[in-house]
Unconditional design. Sequence first.
Length: 200
Amino acid sequence: MPQISEMEFLRLPLRAHQLLAGVPLHDVWAVDLPGPRTGITLDQFLRAANEQLFTPSPLVQGFVALRLFLGRIFGWDRPRTLVQSAPTFADRLTDADRARSLIPAGVREGRDGLFRVIYQFENEKLVELINRTVHAAALSALVETASGYRFYFAVYVRNVGWWTPLYIAAIDPFRKLIIYPGLMRGVRANWDRAMVTRKP
């Protein structure tokens, strides 16, 4: 469940590569999943798992709760006005992207509705977070391999001020040592539960 090279990720035929051109790719993670059958899509996995990629562990839940608590105290998560310097990534969608998406752009999801869907295709989903600390995007993608499937999770970060690099540097140890490894384990557990052990 490691971080992987950007080169491997950038070789994938994903819409996000063009849509997020110019937005720094912060890091990419991946987990290999067993293949109970061919042709499984990310959308099918999400529906089978009740739209939950993973169930966070108590430790991850604790860190997320702490971050949200601090966000309320310091006002980090109050909405920012979408000005020209930091538009939503949904502004980059084409009519074809919108027609292809299984979920309309702008739908809120996640804890407290902090994330907004940009698009969800059959094997690729992009959400964004805009607040007073960052303008970030998180991509989930599922790729069929010779031995099963590989799930990718990529994070893009655009600065919204001089404090963004400081904020990211402060949370990076928690993200890389606890949050994302826990997320990848959770994806594998949900996959096993929803796609491997589930009766046809």
